[in-house]
Design a protein around this ligand. Structure first.
Ligand code: WTA
Length: 645
């Protein structure tokens, strides 16, 4: 099988990497044999105010359910990401910022400058009354101040909740209210791919539905004229009033660091909570191992700070390790398909880490835009967020990497804090499309529907049997939902929601979600969220949303919509409903196809049979399976006849 082709570790990697094959095996064995000793030793990566004496204290069982790591340790995350590097690398560039518009100058901040910026930002927050444990919502474009804002929260012990700048005012309002946040940090507007994103206007619209909101700090980015209300203050004005000296707040390892909302198969997005000690250790450990971190290398994770990848691999992991991290304001393919590689050349990037969907969209433009650039500095490539198809993998490897750079395909989730299954560039032979092997300390298991453990080369549902320091600790405000969502499908295990195959070499191949979560361009989207947005429209009676194959996005959104009686389907209404969902959730949730359906396939008890809807959306109309249990089998014929595309 072509996909089984093995790409051996390149010689120079095997010879020079921090972790080679033997070292990986030894680490894996050590972490399995004595996890407490292993993690207490690894914890020395961080600078503790009080070093922990215990590592993991956890149980996934209902009677005794709890997850804690390093619980008697005390530290500050921002001091770990900044202050401790000052003696040795105060003048090293910590953050390179590349603007949206290529003609503009990049900005560079040394660790010393980051220290000042973060101290000042922290004092601005304090002056607004923000205290340890308060929630601060961050709704910003990819500007350096976004990193400063996160680190400033960490410095004073406030809990940040970043909301992706592409989310709508409603989605923002929901996320402000859910964690009872009193303060939002935003910008007048954002810039991406030459377009403006009206962030401040969105916050104003959200404020009407978010009564907890008291204060908005606005960073001037574009200079657009924006109305300022009583609750609004300009960041640059507030910053001029405060000093840049702010002592880091001592935090317990189990004190919260951030909340990040993510989609599940049911209900509203969940506030995934990560704590200071375990999360930072996981960010540092995985960034070091998976990317073979060296301080002299420029590391570029192209994710937006609105997603967990931006948290862990733009900000916390690289800065904890004293790296130079690149932040890019724009899009990979704007103004043209060479841009991402031009940025690599401009900043002599060593490692580039991006999503398969970006690669697929660039691959469509052919090899010429890539070959127009040098890329001589590139040594390591990474992917994250969705399965990578072997064709895109090989293009990345051959055309972009010219065969010399390994690809680390990292599998993980918002819930896991950082990578769990991923190759190490100096240790793991690669197979295109496989995330390969678990990192030391990670214990995957495949189970069947009934929860029976599957051994050997098989497909099953992916669980993790033991806690790791970077594991989420709770769903904000709903600990019961945390337990119910992840630990009840298969008792005593963390269930990831992913399907997975393990091959004869013990390599893991993630096959995608087995629940009602879609992965659209590497972004998580609950079908339930899109459905609730659709049924809010006055003409819609009912909606069912499923995924469909999409050659760039990976998955597209396919919506079946039943209209209220008297309403007629039309192309106009299709356009209206697409715009409606964009407004309700954001552009990333826009349905790719809308099919008007007089009826949906339901069981006699009224449950929508999504299996059938998925098959129709996928075009597999010859394998619909048994439809005899439907209340009205005839609806299926209509659905098949009116399939979209
Ligand atoms: C999917 C993103 C295949 C998976 C870090 C997971 C992947 C969901 C990979 C989490 C990968 C992530 N190969 N699938 N390398 N990485 N996924 O929370 O379905 O936005 O459950 O975290 O993305 O998405 P999330």
């Amino acid at each position: 099988m072509a996909e089984q082709q093995l790409y051996a570790v390149p010689e120079h990697w095997a010879a020079n990497a921090k972790v080679d094959r033997d070292a990986y095996e030894a680490l894996y064995a050590a972490a399995a044999a004595d996890p407490d000793a292993f993690w207490l030793e690894e914890a020395k990566r961080l600078d503790w105010i009080k070093a922990p004496t215990v590592a993991g204290d956890w149980s996934f069982d209902e009677d005794d359910f709890h997850i804690q790591w390093f619980k008697d340790g005390v530290l500050n995350v921002s001091a770990n990401c900044i202050d401790r590097h000052l003696p040795e690398r105060g003048d090293q560039v910590a953050i390179i910022w590349e603007p949206d518009v290529p003609e503009e100058e990049p900005r560079r901040f040394t660790y010393r400058q980051v220290h000042e910026e973060v101290g000042r930002f922290a004092n601005v927050l304090k002056a607004q009354g923000v205290r340890k444990g308060d929630r601060v919502t961050v709704y910003l474009p990819m500007i350096p101040e976004a990193a400063f804002a996160l680190l400033a929260c960490a410095r004073i012990g406030a809990i940040h909740s970043v909301v992706f700048g592409g989310f709508s005012p409603d989605a923002l309002a929901g996320r402000i209210q859910d964690c009872d946040s009193k303060l939002v940090i935003t910008a007048d507007a954002g810039r991406r791919g030459g377009k403006r994103i009206a962030l401040k206007a969105n916050v104003d619209a959200a404020a009407a539905r978010a009564p907890s909101l008291e204060r908005v700090i606005v960073i001037k980015v574009t200079g657009d004229d924006v109305p300022m209300h009583d609750r609004d203050i300009w960041y640059h004005e507030a910053a001029a009033e405060v000093s840049s000296e702010c002592a880091p707040e001592p935090m317990n390892a189990e004190d919260p660091l951030f909340i990040l909302y993510t989609s599940g198969s049911t209900g509203k997005p969940k506030g995934v909570l990560h704590t200071t000690g375990g999360y930072l250790l996981w960010a540092s450990y995985t960034h070091d191992l998976v990317f073979d971190h060296r301080p002299e290398n420029v590391f570029w994770c192209a994710a937006d700070i609105g997603w967990v990848t931006g948290h862990t691999y733009v900000v916390y992991g690289p800065l904890a390790n004293g790296a130079t991290t690149l932040m890019y304001e724009g899009l990979p393919n704007w103004p043209d398909a060479s841009r991402i590689w031009q940025v690599v050349d401009r900043h002599q990037v060593h490692t580039v880490f991006t999503a398969p969907t970006a690669l697929r969209s660039l691959m469509k433009e052919g090899d010429a835009p890539v070959k127009a650039t040098s890329r001589a500095s590139l040594r390591l490539l990474g992917t994250v967020g969705e399965p990578i198809n072997p064709e895109a993998w090989r293009w990345y490897h051959q055309v972009v990497g010219e065969g010399r750079s390994p690809i680390v395909d990292t599998w993980w989730q918002t819930e896991t804090g950082g990578a769990l299954i991923a190759p190490l560039p100096g240790a793991t032979d690669l197979k295109p499309g496989s995330a390969t092997k678990p990192l030391p300390g990670v214990h995957p298991q495949l189970v069947d529907e009934a929860g029976e453990v599957l051994d050997g080369a098989v497909s099953g549902n992916l669980c993790i049997t033991a806690s790791w320091p970077g594991q989420m600790r709770t769903v904000w405000g709903d600990h019961e939902r945390f337990f119910q969502t992840y630990f009840t499908t298969y008792r005593g295990k963390y269930f990831t929601g992913d399907g997975c195959r393990r091959d004869e070499h013990g390599y893991y191949w993630i096959t995608g979600r087995v629940d009602d979560v879609l992965n659209v361009s590497g972004h998580r989207m609950g079908t339930a969220e899109v459905e609730s947005a659709l049924v809010l429209h006055p003409k819609v009676a009912e909606a069912a949303v499923v995924g469909m194959p999409h050659d760039v996005k990976g998955q597209g959104i396919y919506a079946y919509v039943t209209l209220n009686s008297g309403e007629e389907p039309s192309e106009d209404l299709t356009a209206t409903l697409r715009a409606w969902v964009r407004k309700e959730i954001g552009p990333i949730a826009t349905p790719d196809a809308i099919q008007f359906a007089p009826g949906l396939p339901k069981t006699r008890s009224g449950k929508i049979m999504r299996r059938i809807l998925r098959k129709i959306a996928e075009g597999e109309v010859d394998s619909l399976g048994d439809t005899s249990t439907l209340a009205d089998p005839a609806v299926v014929d209509d659905l098949v006849a009116n399939r979209q595309r």
